[in-house]
Design a protein around this ligand. Sequence first.
Ligand code: PLP
Length: 419
Amino acid sequence: NASLAEADPEVAAAVKAELTRQQSTLEMIASENFTPVSVLEAQGSVLTNKYAEGYPGRRYYGGCEHVDVVEQLAIDRAKALFGAEHVNVQPHSGAQANAAAMFAVLKPGDTILGLDLAHGGHLTHGMKINFSGKLYNVVAYHVDKETGIVDLAEIERLAVEHKPKLIIAGWSAYPRQLDFAEFRRIADLVEAKLMVDMAHFAGLVAAGLHPSPIPHADIVTTTTHKTLGGPRGGLIFCKQELAKKINSAVFPGQQGGPLEHVIAAKAVALKFAATEEFRERQARTLEGSRILAERLSRLDCADAGVRVLTGGTDVHLVLVDLVKSTLDGQQAEDRLHSVGITVNRNAVPFDPRPPMITSGLRIGTPALATRGFEAEDFAEVADIIAEALKPSLDEATQAALRARVELLAKKHPLYAGLS
Ligand code: PLP
């Protein structure tokens, strides 16, 4: 029963170094967050030892009485939080939630209609070498070239032309809200099922700060680790009539034993997501991204070729367009890394550069909001980013920006009790 440090000093050292990295830099990857210590504790618990194929009360293994309690809590809390008729809390990840959801309502070769990966969609929405692109006939919709907004007229035209079995609304890199009622109308027009992948904005929905897709969609999938702030994992919501199909698509369709330690952590995160403290954090997340968009839209930023896609944001992230900048996405990501800010480069719609380089950045505020950042802190971060993205950055300025980042990190300590 040696501790991790005793049993495996190499892994322990890497974990410690990662903790220090998270504490000392500013995390602005839009899909990341910091889970509460209670979530870490649940996930690191003895539940990891338990096999529990099946569902609460209907397991294929003995000794499931305690994991049944945990999984039922996760189910009840998820349903109450999002006002859903049914939920499956077992998907190991967002990608597996999507795989199971499609497995439940599609046959290989059926047509799906999803947002193009290059325009902000996710791999699982029909990328060629993803399971979704290999198993299904993919038709992709796009954003409008001028406005950067999802083109509903194109979606309707493609739906009528290709008669998809499933329309997918949702995104990994898009700074605006989708009109779920309009997606529903188009799906009904061609008798398609509608799936909304709210992986990115689920926390905003839980807080009542983003329209809910639940009343409109046949199936709603999500991850639990982005704005929702829980452990890495997935959830699938659906109407009661699809409940059986979804459950059997997850197990035994896609997965074996559920990760009950992760499900326990999901339950803890879902409890927290129903609190006023969580709602207030989501409000600061949104305020932060609006401040970021505003400050990166200023004239001096535009002069440096930095543009904010769609001119702003309604969600927890900002998409920065560097097509007119001397910096490409890779260089901009490296620049911010050099001053202690972590973001990811991201293709912009109609990107002239290759996917490994890109001409954009995706910058998100959830993790900083979780750290306690307020409006003035987000304004300071925005100004640091704007300065770092100017065409040239000398060493003295870089050091000064890094020092400003360190001040912010010290002002909002993270995981103070962990070592
Ligand atoms: N769906 C969307 C919209 C996502 O952005 C992501 C992750 O980035 C996923 C699904 C997949 O989640 P995971 O990485 O847990 O498989």
